[in-house]
Design a protein around this ligand. Sequence first.
Ligand SMILES: [Fe+2]
Ligand SMILES: [Fe+2]
Length: 154
Amino acid sequence: MSTLTADDFFWTDAYLLGDPGMDDTHREFVALLDALLRAADDDLLVCLDALAEHVQAHFAQENAAMERSQFPARGCHIDEHAAVLASVRGVRARLADQSDTQACRRLARALADWFPAHTDHLDSALAHWLCKQRAGGKPIVLRRHVSGLTADND
Ligand SMILES: [Fe+2]
Ligand SMILES: [Fe+2]
């Protein structure tokens, strides 16, 4: 068991939504963001590029599911994706053009703060909607102990 530090960002089953595709995508997001948070200055660009590529596909996947299923609240969710993607691209340009490592590190912390609430509010509503369309009810989610703020996820 380890204690959280400012640079830790790890998967917890609190993020599980019960939609296997979305959950796999979110695990990948968490791993890539954790790598960015831990990266040395020389590795920031390659880590940010990997995260940017993921985020583009991640948001496109959710946006397509919202459009395909005519999810009623899709407007604000799609707008939030667009704003985050624009921030990632803007910081990527500053990092590549001006070596602005501080902007990159601020973005990484902001994404770590943003992801739990986005997942809890917007993505969970989408997962429920998709499950209701497929199976007529909410997804059943089995979470391992999620109450402690530790990195012990076994
Ligand atoms: Fe998501
Ligand atoms: Fe989302």
